[in-house]
Design a protein. Structure first.
Length: 637
């Protein structure tokens, strides 16, 4: 059957999302039942042992508890705002799950605040030994996506139905007509994009390749939109992306109200969150006193008296009145309401409508998630780059059938006239950008003169491929969770980083804060590299300048020097998910001045992308040179 109508396509999306839901639920159950606690801890999906701290009611009157991870291991975790968790007790014969669930309020590297369902659970946790916590299956996010899809499918004769039919068709969108507004501080393509956003009545896409100033353009577009509208909704897939755009808007002098807590907990980030603003309101102490009195009244099992219910109702009424007044002021003053796509369904935003929705990093969001906030708005502006990281999908069949196709990709495909490509990049040496531009952006992205020839050493090659082909440099499989590892290649990576540092000079690195990113697609390789750097005396003075992470972990970041360890080395030419070229586009475009790739050319160059990349870089094979040198020595002997 040919699937072509919006209703059919969205119904298909719903079926594929159900496959993904079933797959993720099965993976969670498998992890809980079969995977040992040690592996869960290493994956960053669990904390044990814990110290259970104070319990309290937060400004939203929710019972919360503080917990701290007691571990010497430097493992990045996957806990973040709004993710569900479950507590367990470690026993001699395994673990026992407690009937205590919660939601993460915010998480630091080793400290977390969890919202509980009942304050009784807090005292239970405080009085239980060997407590741990792990991520729970996120039923709520799927429920909200299914609800959004149902509403879009059923929409008739309203703005939501109009946008649905428009996004899935080639019909012309409506536009205002006015002369270009000049923004001298933007380049020509950024200025054009802002003007196109302002002209659009229905939809516009700002396509921002690496380093082209997508966030700068988006902030300017939001600022200009606020000259015409009283308030806008700004969303993104991840808390980190919401934090980034919110921080830039605050720096621009815009009053932002952040729904939910930031992924990086510091005073600046917290200052524009709803919770912190609510607590800072002059009426909050009075509200807190009333809530405290209510809790004390409800806690009285005896001597409640004849007027008990009247007192409770009077206090509840006064608390509700104060809460409504505070919320009206906070939301009335805010020019931007910022949240993740899923958190846009928060009870605080219930019933609210906006003219314009801005979705940042739209190419990383499932289409169903985008429809959650679209239900509240009249027009949509999407920003991102569908040639970089795609959404994370666990079910391969669902991905192949089209679940990975984002709303942004669909609009780019159906409506090229509603897309603005930013074409001047300010991050990379021209040679680093050139390959990405030609392969992914039809050669349309050019380097600004200020960065075109940037480098660290004189007469240095900006791009270098160190071919790790050799008998000793083979990949090992270490489990589904961590993928693969290539220890010889990891050691070579650090050896060449040490050599490059010696060429630059220790003092210059420290004086100029020359920073380095080491990227590997595989978590096992990342963890091994981190251990080796931690153990190295040579790197001790530079550790604050060295970041090691997966490709996903480096999204949105940049470094002076980037090393990429590709890991794969086998006789069959199998490269697994390295064939997802969008991830490699992210990896190679993190470098400002120097890019060094380590990988087995014989394995990787069977793929045309890596063959072209290899041919465009200066390359050599140290292991082969070493072998030739050893053979020469044998012959001499």
């Amino acid at each position: 059957m040919l699937v072509n109508s919006p209703i059919q396509l969205l119904t298909q999306q719903k079926l594929l999302l159900q496959m993904e839901y079933a797959s993720e639920k099965e993976a969670y159950e498998k992890m809980t039942q079969q995977m040992g606690l040690g592996r869960r801890l290493k994956r960053g999906d669990a904390w044990w042992p814990l110290s259970v701290g104070r319990s309290y009611y937060n400004s939203l009157n929710q019972p919360c508890i503080e917990i701290t991870r007691n571990s010497d291991e430097d493992i990045e975790h996957n806990f973040e705002f709004n993710r569900p968790v479950v507590f367990f007790q470690k026993q001699e014969n395994g673990i026992r799950f407690l009937n205590i669930k919660g939601t993460v309020c915010y998480a630091e590297p080793d400290r977390m605040v969890v919202e509980l369902q009942d304050m009784k659970h807090a005292s239970e946790l405080q009085n239980t030994d060997n407590i741990g916590v792990q991520l729970f299956f996120d039923e709520r996010s799927y429920k909200l996506m299914f609800e959004a899809l149902d509403k879009v499918i059923k929409a008739k004769g309203n703005r939501l139905a109009y946008l649905r039919d428009l996004f899935y068709s080639h019909q012309h969108s409506e536009r205002f007509s006015f002369a270009d507004i000049r923004f001298p501080w933007l380049n020509r393509t950024q200025e054009h994009a802002v003007n196109e956003v302002l002209r659009s009545k229905d939809v516009m896409v700002v396509h921002g390749p690496p380093g082209t100033g997508k966030t700068t353009t988006l902030v300017e577009a939001i600022h200009e939109t606020l000259q015409r509208e009283s308030q806008v909704l700004v969303c993104a897939q991840s808390n980190m992306a919401v934090d980034w755009i919110s921080e830039r808007l605050v720096d621009r002098g815009i009053n932002v109200l952040r729904i939910g807590n930031p992924s990086r907990v510091n005073d600046k980030m917290l200052s524009f969150t709803y919770e912190r603003r609510f607590e800072a309101h002059p009426d909050y102490p009075q509200l807190w006193s009333i809530r405290k009195a209510l809790r004390e009244l409800r806690g009285q099992r005896k001597n409640r008296g004849e007027n008990y219910h009247q007192k409770v109702e009077r206090l509840k009424s006064r608390a509700t009145e104060l809460e409504i007044r505070i919320n009206q002021e906070l939301f009335g003053e805010a020019r931007v309401i910022a949240s993740t796509l899923v958190s846009s369904s928060h009870r605080l935003l219930m019933g609210m409508k906006f003219t314009t929705l801005f979705i940042d990093e739209a190419a990383q969001a499932l289409e169903a998630a985008c429809w959650i906030p679209i239900r509240k708005v009249s027009r949509v502006v999407l920003a991102g780059d569908h040639c970089q990281l795609p959404p994370t999908i666990k079910n391969y069949a669902a991905m192949r059938a089209g679940l990975g196709k984002t709303l942004m990709e669909r609009i780019v495909e159906n409506r090229p006239e509603d897309v603005c490509l930013l074409q001047v990049q300010y991050r990379m040496n021209e040679k680093i950008m050139e390959f990405s531009s030609n392969y992914f952006y039809d050669g349309k992205v050019e380097s600004d003169p200020s960065v075109r020839f940037r480098g660290i050493l004189d007469y240095d090659e900006p791009m270098l491929w160190i071919d790790t082909h050799g008998e000793d440099c083979k990949e090992e499989f270490v489990g589904e969770s961590f993928g693969r590892i290539n220890k010889t290649e990891a050691d070579l990576t650090l050896l060449h980083l040490e050599d490059y540092f010696r060429k630059i000079g220790k003092q210059r690195i420290l004086d100029e804060s020359i920073d380095v990113g080491i990227i590997s697609p595989y978590r096992a390789q990342v963890q091994y590299l981190r251990q080796r750097v931690k153990q190295s005396q040579f790197f001790k003075p530079f550790r604050h300048l060295i970041s090691i992470n997966t490709v996903d972990g480096f999204q949105g970041q940049e470094r002076d020097i980037i090393f990429i360890s590709l890991v794969r080395a086998n006789d069959e030419g199998q490269i697994g998910f390295l064939s997802d070229l969008r991830r490699m586009n992210v990896a190679i475009t993190r470098a400002r001045m120097k890019l060094i790739i380590l990988g087995d050319a014989e394995t990787l160059c069977k793929h045309k992308f890596y063959k072209q990349l290899y041919e465009k870089t200066y390359h050599f094979c140290p292991l082969a040179d070493q072998q030739r040198s050893n053979d020469g020595s044998e012959n001499q002997r």
